[in-house]
Write a protein that binds this ligand. Structure first.
Ligand code: FAD
Length: 125
């Protein structure tokens, strides 16, 4: 089985970097590719109990594109419109869910400047 910690660091690296370099004006193909990637995680993530917990997190949100609990104007997965700020907030927010479960510090997912600093161009570790 994979090393859950090592796999986690590499995976967050990939996911946050994708969000941070995702275009401000994504094409339909880019939006649907990102959505597919995010939707694939609870099915394919190589740590089974992590994938299961992520599935529960997604179910609670009722939407892959929302960073916070569902509200009336949330977009549903099927609507497949995902902006750069949503992509960054969403990856931050699912990471925070895991941080919370593991007793690690949470990030302020509204602070896009900090997220960009950390994850654009390799960023500050
Ligand atoms: P990591 O949590 O890997 O974080 C790496 C870096 O990301 C940090 O140093 C920090 O700079 C930055 N960072 C931290 N929080 C945020 C945030 N919210 N937004 C943006 N950047 C941030 N492990 C388990 O034991 N159980 C699980 O159920 C589990 N589920 C996981 C589910 C997924 C989808 C992924 C990708 C990983 C999961 N992991 C799980 C692994 C876990 O999240 C950590 O990656 C692992 O414990 C190593 O932690 P770390 O302290 O090195 O830093």
């Amino acid at each position: 089985p994979p090393d859950v910690e090592e796999l986690g660091r590499s995976s967050w690296d990939l996911l946050h970097s994708i969000a941070a370099t995702y275009p401000e004006k994504p094409s339909e193909a880019e939006q649907s590719a990102l959505l597919s990637l995010l939707k694939a995680l609870p099915i394919l993530y190589p740590c089974r109990h992590c994938a299961q917990a992520l599935q529960e997190d997604y179910t609670r949100r009722d939407s892959v594109t929302t960073a916070s609990p569902p509200s009336a104007d949330d977009m549903k997965v099927s609507e497949a419109v995902i902006s750069k700020s949503q992509a960054m907030r969403f990856t931050c927010s699912i990471h925070n869910e895991v941080n919370e479960r593991l007793g690690k510090p949470k990030w302020d997912c509204e602070d896009l400047r900090k997220l960009k600093e950390r994850w654009e161009d390799g960023g500050q570790k």
